[in-house]
Design a protein around this ligand. Structure first.
Ligand code: PLP
Length: 384
């Protein structure tokens, strides 16, 4: 059976060149990057090369980037790290209602422990209003955390505007760039951020490795305590193969980013116009232009989302209903609810997230198989 993977926002297939780059570090080059002997030095060189590549990808100095176990840890470390380091100033945190749970749940955890939290609403496209952010800033505000691109609907946030406001008011800005890195330009100075989270497995790298950028001089208390790894910002022996893979994946992703963006945008637009022509009562979720090029989120009125996903799965097509960690739950997506969808409509939504191996033939295939699936589900639906 033909298989088509359209869930690249959940994770991406690791590239063969990335595996190849990692292999020596899973085998003969096994030194601990903190050891001062030759074995250790060889691992250290590889880690520092990867740091240089990843930092270069966001326009940062390598000394401002440390490796983590992924985007989730980077988000946790950013929020808790700044709030704890600034706690003598009270600790007010501002974020948006459509953040990934790695940010939202961390923010709520901190709020349960004395931090004051403001969660900004978003408009129908999923964007925050920078003026809302400006109004929310108070004397005790220490950090704004705003995602660059949304994982479910692809919408880009007005991060640079918020960054300018943050700077003007002396507040720090953290940006979760897990979904934008490798797809669109994500430079720390252009975004005006002080901290920025990355994850390797969204850019055809290995799972379980990510990075956090912390601008020089930013107050930061580490999440993990132990040895003095990663310049004292993250204790624990470095995941050398993972870090090397992240470096290689970054190098390859950045090289082809702009050409892929044009191609992926054409695929998502063709799918959307094809769906509109073939299926009535469909709705596009998220901003049609200010978005990541690979993401299309669609609601199919009166067709239950999980059934749509399972029906597509039976035809070899992998899509998702929202973020990977919430799909499979009964709860409608918090992102779709926040942009104003009724729970029933939110539960009738599918996220198509394209990647570098997808082609126009994949779009044609979906346009062929999806209309009868939607019709069949509508015929038996109680969601009218
Ligand atoms: N932030 C965003 C926007 C994401 O999409 C994800 C993963 O889906 C994460 C953070 C978490 O990254 P990781 O899977 O590396 O923990």
């Amino acid at each position: 059976m033909r298989t088509i993977y359209l869930d690249h926002n959940a994770t991406t297939p690791i590239r063969p060149q990335v595996v190849e780059a990692m292999l020596p570090y899973l085998g003969p080059v096994y030194g601990n990057a903190s050891s001062i002997h030759a074995f250790g030095r060889e691992a250290r060189v590889a880690v520092e090369e990867a740091r240089q590549t990843v930092a270069g990808g966001i326009g940062a100095d390598p000394a401002e980037v440390f490796f983590t176990s992924g985007g989730t840890e980077a988000d946790n470390a950013a929020l808790a790290g700044v709030v704890r380091a600034c706690s003598e100033r009270g600790g007010h945190l501002i974020t948006s209602a459509v953040e990934h749970h790695a940010v939202l749940h961390t923010a709520r955890f901190l709020a349960g422990r004395g931090c004051r939290l403001t969660v900004l609403p978003v408009d129908a496209f999923g964007q925050v209003d920078p003026d809302d952010c400006r109004r929310a800033i108070a004397a005790d505000t220490v950090l704004i955390s705003l995602m660059h691109a949304n994982n479910e609907i692809g919408t880009l946030q007005p991060v640079a505007e918020v960054g300018a406001i943050a700077r003007e008011r002396g507040v720090l800005l953290h940006v979760d760039a897990v979904q934008s890195f490798g797809k669109i330009d994500a430079q720390v100075d252009a975004l005006g951020c002080d901290l920025l989270s990355l994850s390797a497995h969204k850019v055809y790298g290995p799972k379980g490795v990510g990075a956090l950028y912390v601008r020089r001089g930013t107050p930061f208390a580490p999440l993990l305590h132990g040895g003095s790894h990663e310049a004292g910002r993250r204790a624990g022996t470095e995941n050398v193969p993972g870090i090397v893979g992240f470096g290689k994946a970054t190098e390859l992703a950045l090289r082809e980013r702009d050409s892929q963006a044009v191609r992926l945008s054409a695929l998502t637009e063709t799918l959307w116009s094809g769906l509109c022509a073939r299926i009535d009562r469909v709705r596009r979720n998220g901003h049609p232009a200010q978005r990541t090029p690979n993401t299309l989120n669609v609601s199919f009125y009166a067709a239950e989302g999980e059934s749509l996903i399972l029906s597509l799965d039976l035809e070899g097509v992998a899509v998702s209903s929202g973020s990977a960690c919430t799909s499979g739950t009964e709860e409608p997506s918090h992102v779709l609810m926040e942009i104003g969808l009724e729970p029933r409509l939110a539960q009738s939504s599918v996220r198509f997230s394209f990647g570098r191996d997808n082609t126009m033939e994949d779009v044609d295939y979906i346009l062929e198989i999806l209309p009868p699936i939607v019709q069949r589900l509508r015929d038996v639906s109680v969601l009218v």
